[in-house]
Design a protein around this ligand. Structure first.
Ligand SMILES: [Zn+2]
Length: 326
């Protein structure tokens, strides 16, 4: 049973927001376009693996997509985690076209594109082993001990050619189509029931409660100053930043499309690109809204958590970013 669904990664929404708010000919547009394609390819691989895993008996196998837990010394993120009464399994998904080569000497993964270009990546076997160590620590801190934790690297692309220096790698790296067989092997290996159904429910709740969203600092990582961003409210029909507030509605001055909630998309862009809180004056500046009282009405209507009073009131946009990932 899928407990934590496969959702489009927040970073995709963030890069889309950035691309929308930069001029089309901005020097960073090509790299943003490339990065968004890479993240989407990763996501589609994870989606395909999770769809295959959905065939597992739903009460025995609890599936979590993209969990990020606060570990020591740093947070760790797992593409897919499977929780059973007998063992846990962490899956790192790779969705790379062409040929991939596991280089044990230097612990790297070398990918050769179909066009012959080579690129090096961190060794996913090491990555997933690190996640295992951190998950074991995390489980210990929750007084969950003695449950075996297995790891796998799964290649989601059926056309990928997998090569390795060390043949033993096939115990740790498999193709998506072998995953159910491999899980069957783990089931044979671990016959001792360690977690009751109640334990599974409890761990499942804790995992969901302790999942923390990672909000990367996008402008900083791409070296883009905040004043390069286009402000204003964009039209959902013609995509121009041309929405104006008139008679309690947003009207596009180009195509005349009208909307009651176009300010929410603008706020989603703000929280993705600027920061997770906003004041009335920052709201007016980003949305190009003149009237403080309309700004106050719009912000109040969103029922956001807030602190402070009158002009100094700071609204939290946490719920806006959480909605963004759904
Ligand atoms: Zn329009």
């Amino acid at each position: 049973m899928i407990i934590k669904e496969c959702e489009i990664p927040l970073k995709v929404h963030m890069i889309e927001a950035l691309m929308r708010r930069l001029p089309p000919d901005h020097a960073r547009q090509p790299i943003l376009n490339l990065d968004i394609k890479k993240i989407k390819a990763g996501y589609s691989g994870e989606y395909r693996v999770l769809s295959t895993l959905n065939a597992l008996p739903e009460k025995e196998y609890l599936l979590f997509h993209d969990l990020r837990l606060i570990g020591s010394p740093f947070p760790f993120q797992m593409d897919i985690l499977i929780l059973t009464s007998y063992f846990l399994l962490i899956i790192e998904v790779k969705n790379m076209a062409g040929e991939i080569y596991f280089d044990n000497t230097f612990n790297q993964l070398i990918r050769t594109n179909p066009d012959g270009k080579t690129e090096a990546f961190d060794d996913p076997i090491l990555q997933v082993n690190r996640q295992r160590q951190q998950l074991l620590e995390w489980l210990k801190s929750k007084k969950i001990i003695n449950i075996p934790v297995e790891t796998l690297v799964v290649s989601a692309n059926s056309s990928t050619i997998i090569r390795a220096e060390n043949r033993d790698i096939n115990r740790k790296v498999i193709r998506k189509d072998s995953i159910l067989i491999k899980i069957g092997e783990f089931k044979e290996k671990y016959k001792k029931k360690i977690l009751s159904t109640r334990d599974m429910k409890r761990i499942s709740t804790v995992l969901l409660d302790e999942h923390t969203l990672y909000i990367p600092k996008l402008l900083e990582s791409y070296g883009i100053p905040i004043n390069a961003l286009q402000t204003g409210v964009y039209c959902h029909k013609c995509y121009a930043f041309s929405m104006e507030r008139r008679l309690r509605k947003w009207i596009c001055r180009i195509c005349l499309h009208s909307s009651h909630d176009a300010h929410i998309s603008a706020l989603q862009d703000y929280v993705c690109l600027v920061k997770p809180t906003i004041t009335n004056s920052e709201f007016r500046q980003f949305l190009q809204l003149k009237s403080p009282s309309s700004a106050k009405k719009l912000l109040t209507s969103l029922k956001l958590n807030h602190s402070g009073h009158t002009k100094g009131r700071v609204y939290s946009l946490r719920s806006i970013i959480e909605d963004r990932t759904k």
